[in-house]
Design a protein around this ligand. Structure first.
Ligand SMILES: [Zn+2]
Ligand SMILES: [Zn+2]
Length: 553
């Protein structure tokens, strides 16, 4: 892979001419190449044949902006994704790359800059910095109105500025550090700047290789004077900091940063890269499209053990912000290898620990923790205050009891869900009841007009001793692993997401695992497990119509 690429020879072989090494730059050659419509002056470097060659546009073409040509003139012709190339035939890889680059340039010659402006954030970020380590971190949302900003900066030597308009947006700083820095009156703390959202102002980004003059900047800043008259004084300050945003597609905004410093009688403009720390933006980066239904859901998690803790974490990562965590148990060392909580939570309450853990891991949540047991917690008021109640206690007698209370006290749109694992990796189950619809946990225990002791969907035959006992009579636990819980939790989270958009039914879902461990432990599987339950959907449809006494009231 790392043999030197004979780039000059390869260029000649693919039909380039006027090939010259660029002085003081290793393995960088300028050349001419003919496209469909134009002759292009380009240069190329190719140090790593595991990647495509880098192709640059020559200065003489950089008298105007072109789509997919970065500030440092590299042509963005392919992101390498979905492309197969082999380093055994470098000549054809080079030819193909040149053809792709030329196509980008030919297409971009039309003068239509829509694509250029849609990539403006990347273009501005690519400006080679005079002050290379400085970075503006946006903790505030990029809204449509201009306003004053404050920056937190840890020390004089750190050039990472955390910009906010209100203190609580700036989640990167502990209360202690915040106080310490403020008390010291560190000069880096309390830096002021302005957020200026461009609307239809004409933006004239610096041409490749160039920088803005102070006058270029003033044109933009002055257009905000009607809204922010104080800018008139601010532009005379020896240090000025700005974050501009500009409209992008789908109502989103991009941003770039500017630092101005007075150098003798003149002002120098520095382009500063911007990174984004606001929750909405970060959630979008995780491909989350959070609809209003998710944001407004108030979820209660009864049972914060293995499955419950995993579902809670998955829900938060799916955009659910409002959770009540209920569990009377203490987090013990026995739980460690199948729970989301780290080891230093051992000895504390599970519910309080999970709340603290999620708050420290994610942004801007509204969490409550209760150490009540589920029965005590489930008052009519508490039930009415939640859109979704998840029962992850592993105790179906209790969960059926709570289901009755729920059905008596809930109103349309509310949901209740039970989740549980089968032992020894055999599988897991999820049943979600929606108020006003048929189908509930009890349905799984109801057949031919009478209640059963075991759910019909059980994957093992009744009356087997599966609780393994490692510590004597007092210490029995159900044998399932973290991955069993993870799979059940994932099924539960997906089912919740589906139920939010299809309100006209209740759900029963399962996953079926491998039987090796069950065989090894001499546990007999049920016919439901052995058959793979192919008729599940049909069965559940019928089930919800033959009716149990709890959900058909
Ligand atoms: Zn591009
Ligand atoms: Zn039912």
């Amino acid at each position: 892979m790392n043999q030197p690429v004979p780039l000059a020879e390869l260029l000649e072989a693919v039909g380039a001419w006027d090939i010259k090494p660029i002085p003081q730059q290793q393995e960088h050659f300028s050349f001419n190449f003919k496209g469909q419509r134009n002759v292009w002056s380009l240069s190329a470097r190719w140090l790593d044949t595991g990647k495509l060659p880098q192709i640059y546009l020559d200065d003489r073409h950089c008298d105007k902006h072109r789509p997919h040509v970065a500030w440092y003139r590299v042509v963005c012709y392919n992101d390498g994704e979905g492309l197969f190339f082999t380093d055994e035939d470098l000549e054809s890889v080079l030819l193909k790359s040149l053809q792709m680059a030329i196509k980008v340039l030919d297409d971009g010659s039309s003068g239509n800059l829509t694509e250029f402006f849609s990539e403006l954030e990347g273009y501005m970020d690519g400006i080679i910095k005079i002050k290379p380590s400085t970075n503006y971190q946006c903790y505030f949302p990029l809204e449509e109105t201009p306003h004053k900003l404050w920056a937190y900066c840890e020390s004089k030597t750190s050039h990472k500025y955390k910009w906010y308009s209100e203190r609580n947006q700036c989640w990167g700083v502990s209360e202690k550090d915040w106080k310490r820095t403020t008390e010291k009156k560190s000069p880096a703390h309390g830096v002021r700047g302005y957020y200026l959202p461009l609307r239809d102002q004409h933006i004239d980004p610096p041409l490749p290789g160039e920088y803005w003059s102070f006058n270029d900047l003033l044109k933009l800043v002055n257009s905000f004077l009607p809204e922010l008259p104080e800018l008139e004084k601010f532009v005379n300050k020896p240090w000025q900091r700005y974050i501009f945003s500009f409209p992008r597609e789908k109502g989103e905004r991009g941003a770039f940063g500017i630092l101005v410093n007075k150098d003798g009688a003149s002002y120098r403009v520095h382009h500063i890269p911007v990174s984004r720390f606001h929750k909405d933006y970060l959630q979008k980066r995780a491909s989350l499209t959070i609809h209003a239904a998710i944001k407004s859901q108030r979820v209660a998690m009864i049972g914060c053990g293995s499955i419950g803790s995993m579902i809670s974490q998955m829900l938060v990562q799916s955009g659910f912000d409002n959770l009540t965590l209920v569990d009377p148990d203490i987090y013990s060392a026995d739980n460690l290898y199948r729970h989301v909580l780290p080891k230093y939570f051992i000895g504390g309450g599970k519910a309080a620990g999970l709340k603290m853990f999620l708050e420290s891991a994610f942004l801007d949540l509204s969490l409550k923790a209760s150490s009540d047991n589920g029965a005590k917690w489930a008052t009519p008021e508490n039930i009415q205050q939640h859109d979704l109640i998840i029962l992850a206690t592993g105790n179906h007698a209790f969960e059926r009891q709570l289901l009755k209370t729920f059905i008596r006290n809930s109103s349309l749109g509310q949901k209740i869900m039970s989740v549980w694992n089968e032992p020894l990796g055999l599988g897991g189950h999820v049943v979600l009841h929606q108020t006003g619809q048929h189908g509930c946990l009890n349905c799984l225990y109801f057949e031919g007009g009478s209640q059963l002791i075991h759910p019909q969907v059980s994957f093992i035959t009744p009356n087997q001793k599966v609780s393994k006992n490692l510590t004597g009579c007092g210490g029995s636990f159900s044998p399932f692993s973290a991955n069993d819980s993870r799979q059940t939790a994932l099924l539960a989270t997906r089912t919740i997401e589906t139920a939010l958009t299809s309100k006209e039914k209740s759900f029963y879902e399962f996953w079926r695992g491998d039987k090796k461990q069950a065989i090894h432990n001499e546990i007999n599987r049920s016919p439901v497990y052995d058959s793979g339950f192919p008729e599940k959907d049909l069965w559940w449809d019928e089930k919800t119509n033959t009716g149990c006494p709890i959900c058909r009231n």
